[in-house]
Design a protein around this ligand. Structure first.
Ligand code: PLP
Length: 360
């Protein structure tokens, strides 16, 4: 069967080269006579897989030595609790609400302490990023929290908020490795890998060492302490081994592409093709303020729900799948992560032009 152009927001398209390698190694990884799925996480072979993955990620993101890289489970959503449990020394945290994922993290933090929303774009259905240059960050805030790329609404922080010296924590699930970042500006960068990096089930947490302490909220489960995972190099218990192996392959693929600077250029070019079309279309329209547009998730509408449904159906029939917008917002959304080839976007735009001509 032919592969489709998969515009899913996640789990999402992975590089074909990576999938092929996984297929080749499925039954016999590196002469071990077994699949990575069947392998002890304490084996030499797996030790090499996880160590190489970490080294490659460090190189790709230029991660400073005073940051730990943790490969964990529980998805991005478990971090919504793990962050306050580990970081809320004063039980005070300030959240910037730019969509549902930030809101969910905020609601979770409220269970553990005094979490306050210091900015929000809820007033305009999260179609923009609020001005974060002078927020009422509290003096005793343990951290300031953002969701850097808002998967559902298609917005992205182009400049980081002024946290007034407080630790910045960022959920980068849907923009992970899509462009270079200055890791030193964050206390924690984390994300589920199922959008830009690998299969669902693995979450990567990059955390500054001074934030990893025994001093966590009373009752914090062992598995939710950063320290236990950092001390055990992500092998405290059985890690999501196969997921880590695939992530490692994607890191190699990204390095072969030329690294994150090159990915940024490619992503700008890809997103540019779609946004340029939307800006000139008489039928389709982007839903996000131009300056805050995500390179990864591009929501758009026709303004007519029936026509939206027709478009999604016809697109699917010719191999452009998962273009339906999130159930909370409707319309369409094209997620164009690193592994979406430029031809996928070019062909989608061709199809949209044809649909426009037929339906205007
Ligand atoms: N954060 C963002 C930005 C997301 O897009 C998602 C999932 O789509 C999540 C968090 C939740 O991730 P998970 O399902 O891994 O818990």
């Amino acid at each position: 069967m032919e592969r489709v152009y998969n515009f899913s927001a996640g789990p999402a398209v992975l590089p074909e080269e990576v999938l092929k390698e996984c297929q080749e190694e499925m039954m016999n990884y590196g002469g071990t006579g077994m699949s990575v799925m069947e392998m002890s996480h304490r084996s030499k072979a797996f030790e090499s897989i996880i160590n190489t993955a970490e080294d490659d990620l460090r190189e790709l993101m230029n991660i400073p030595d005073n940051y730990k890289v943790l490969f964990l489970q529980g998805g991005a959503s478990l971090q919504f609790a793990m962050i306050p449990m580990n970081l809320m020394k004063n039980k005070v945290a300030d959240y910037i609400i730019t969509g549902q994922w930030a809101k969910k993290a905020f609601e979770e933090a409220k269970i553990y302490g005094d979490a306050v929303a210091v900015a929000s774009s809820a007033d305009e259905t999260f179609s923009y990023i609020p001005d974060c240059s002078d927020l009422p960050i509290r003096d005793n805030a343990d951290y300031v929290y953002i969701c850097e790329n808002n998967t559902i609404y298609g917005t992205k922080f182009k400049t980081l908020p002024n946290t007034k010296g407080k630790t910045l924590v960022a959920d980068v699930s849907s923009c992970f490795l899509s462009e270079p970042v200055d890791v030193s500006k964050y206390g924690i960068i984390y994300g589920g890998v199922q959008k830009n990096i690998g299969p669902a089930g693995t979450v990567i947490v990059i955390i500054r060492e001074d934030l990893i302490t025994e001093d966590v909220l009373p009752g914090t489960p062992t598995m939710m302490k950063y320290k236990i995972h950092a001390d055990n190099k992500s092998l405290y218990n059985t890690p999501p081994a196969y997921g880590i192996y695939v992530c490692g392959k994607v890191f190699k693929w990204l390095k072969a592409q030329g690294g994150l600077g090159v990915m940024k250029e490619k992503n700008e070019k890809k997103a540019g093709i779609l946004y340029d079309f939307l800006d000139n279309s008489k039928l389709f329209k982007g839903t996000v303020r131009k300056k805050d547009r995500s390179l990864m998730n591009v929501p758009f509408v026709t303004g007519n729900e029936e026509l939206d449904a027709k478009f999604i159906k016809e697109a699917q029939a010719v191999g452009f799948v998962n273009l339906k917008g999130h159930r909370s917002v409707g319309g369409m959304r094209a997620s164009i992560y690193n592994a979406m080839p430029i031809e996928g976007v070019e062909k989608l735009v061709e199809f949209m032009k044809k649909f426009e001509a037929e339906n205007l």
